[in-house]
Design a protein around this ligand. Structure first.
Ligand SMILES: Nc1ncnc2c1ncn2[C@@H]1O[C@H](COP(=O)(O)OP(=O)(O)OP(=O)(O)O)[C@@H](O)[C@H]1O
Ligand SMILES: [Mg+2]
Length: 112
C-alpha cells in the first residue's frame, strides 16, 4: 500500500477530488495548510491577494491506496492540479505499512 500526500492550490480541490473519484479512490483526507516552495521571497497570488511567500495557503490531500492504484492516483492529481504557474504543489508517495478499518477490524487492502 502507498500513502500519497499532495499539496495543491486550494481552488483545485474539487477538480482533484472528482479525478480521484473517477479512478476509484475510496477515501481521502483534506487539510488546510500553509507552506512555501522554491520561490520563497517572491510573491504568489491567492484569491487576488499577493502573499510575499513565506507562507501561502494550500490544501493537503492524503490518500491511502493499493500499490497498484498508486501511479494512477499520482497521475490524476498531477493532471487535475496543474495550472502551469508557480505554486502548483507537490506529490509525495510513501510506503504504507498497515491500515485498519475501525468499525469492522478489517486490515490492510481490505480496510482501504
Ligand atoms: N520540499 C518540500 N517539502 C515539503 N513541502 C513542500 C516542499 N516543496 C513544496 N512544498 C509544499 O508545496 C507547496 C507548493 O510548493 P510549490 O509548488 O511552490 O513548489 P516549488 O518547488 O516552488 O515549485 P514551483 O516552481 O512550481 O512553484 C508549498 O507551499 C509547500 O506547502
Ligand atoms: Mg513555488
Amino acid at each position: 500500500m502507498k500513502l500519497i500526500i499532495a499539496i495543491i492550490k486550494p481552488f483545485k480541490l474539487d477538480e482533484v477530488r472528482e479525478a480521484l473519484s473517477s479512478i476509484g479512490v475510496a477515501g481521502m483526507t483534506v487539510t488546510e495548510v500553509k507552506g512555501f516552495g522554491r520561490q520563497k521571497g517572491q510573491t504568489e497570488i491567492y484569491r487576488g491577494a499577493e502573499y510575499s511567500t513565506n507562507m501561502v495557503p494550500k490544501i493537503k490531500i492524503e490518500v491511502a491506496c493499493t500499490s497498484d492504484l498508486s501511479p494512477r492516483v499520482v497521475e490524476a492529481i498531477q493532471q487535475a492540479a496543474n495550472t502551469g504557474a508557480i505554486g502548483d504543489g507537490k506529490i509525495f508517495v510513501l510506503d504504507l505499512a498497515e491500515a485498519v478499518r475501525i468499525r469492522t477490524g478489517e486490515t490492510d487492502e481490505t480496510a482501504l
